[in-house]
Design a protein around this ligand. Sequence first.
Ligand code: ADP
Ligand code: MG
Length: 298
Amino acid sequence: YEFNEKDIQELGQIGNGEFGTVSKVLHRPSGVMMAMKRVGPTVGNQGERKKVLKELCFVLECHDYEYVVKFYGVKFNNEPADCLICMEIMDASLEKFYKFVYDKKHQELPESFLGKVCVATLNALNYLKEKHRIIHRDVKPSNILINRQGDIKMCDFGISGKLVDSIAASRDAGCQLYMAPERIDPMKASRSYDVRSDVWSLGITLYEISTGKFPYPEWKSIFHQLSLVVEREAPKLESTRLSEDYKNFVNTCLTKDEQNRPKYNALLSHPLIVAHTNSNSKFEVAQYVEPYIIEMNS
Ligand code: ADP
Ligand code: MG
């Protein structure tokens, strides 16, 4: 999976994240356009990196799944000590997309689209867990990507858990707003990570893209905000334009007590998921998103 940096031509920046930048690149030998994420500077010695690389390759063998962004390769550098990850290029993250639709167009994301996001994300998370024993750990709107062909795919799984945890010095707390209450509470956070913490983050993500707003108010400090997650009742999605099934799905994900929060198996048989799992999905999503994507890029 290791690639040669000389084969890569950078064509401009796509986005900026907590760990580095993402750019559009051309892989010259194959002629394939890709997204390249630069994570760094990394710490750790050669041995540790080899281990990370091995793990990453394992993580990334699972990329032929319709709801998961394809992985092309990785490269570790010593000077500067960073790491390059090449993946399938998509047209927009759901974060950019929902902000464009709500803030710029003053429209709402329709349930026909939101339901398909539920199907894609739930299946992606379940697939990673069941087939590859991977827990995502960084579910949020910017890690769900769409394209004009109507694909909805998750990215940055395992990368956040395995790669970044082992090579980045520490995470900025400012990016953990989607964290489940049990991950924040110091009495519980030492326990091993359970898929249900990702179910919570999915609930927060769905709440945010369904309403156009993050469910917790903005805070002076991140510590304040995190304490809200622990102390307050779970957010509850209430809306007259959304079906009972849809609201029930999101609110079930937002069950505050981890023990009562469902896992993927239970969620997969939820009426909302059953209703939105159909063969025309991709076509319908494409019809809906394409005009927006064209306008966003113009
Ligand atoms: P974050 O997910 O925290 O925003 P990242 O570094 O993972 O930070 O990504 C930065 C931005 O780059 C994302 O918000 C997204 O808009 C964009 N991006 C990431 N991966 C891709 C990809 N494969 N194709 C297109 N855009 C991407
Ligand atoms: Mg990301």
